[in-house]
Design a protein around this ligand. Structure first.
Ligand code: RB5
Length: 143
């Protein structure tokens, strides 16, 4: 699986920890920035990551800002992207099963490293349910 990851300054520290975790898994990871704590706009990294997923250059994307909210709003404006803001394990599983989300967003100012790593693990390892009602709803999202 190919994963692209990005953050703004507020998500940078959590992103470095998630990157270290991803490198222990059997996945290919590409970090699209930011690369420091210097203030920047979450929009730019959300568009980079979301576009890579939209164009099929990556299977999944992970975006981290202060709250995860700006990243999710921006990423969802890219066609074909279903970004989910997740801060709990139930949602991590449900958004894969029900929404087939292809981008995960989290808030570095909201959750700690251990929970974030568990969320990433569950989100990466849960397959879309493929039940007709969920597929029908995802199809409506795409329209
Ligand atoms: C940056 O201060 C903060 O606004 C940003 O990281 C994010 O939380 C926006 O939604």
């Amino acid at each position: 699986m190919k994963i692209v990851i990005g953050s703004d300054h507020a998500g940078y520290e959590l992103k470095t920890k998630i990157l270290t975790y991803l490198n222990t898994l059997n996945v290919e990871v590409s970090d699209l920035g930011t690369n420091s704590l210097t203030s920047c706009d979450y929009n730019d990294f959300a568009v980079e990551v979301a576009t890579a997923v939209s164009q099929g250059k990556a299977d999944r994307g992970i975006l981290i800002c202060g709250t995860g909210i700006g990243m999710s709003i921006q990423a969802n404006k890219v066609s074909g992207v279903r970004a989910a803001l997740v801060h709990d394990l139930f949602s991590a599983k449900a958004t894969r099963l029900h929404n087939n989300s292809n981008v995960l967003t989290m808030g570095g100012r909201i959750i700690g490293e251990d929970l974030a790593k568990e969320i990433v693990h569950v989100w990466l390892h849960t397959e879309f349910s493929n039940e007709e009602r969920h597929q029908r709803r995802v199809n409506k999202l795409e329209k």
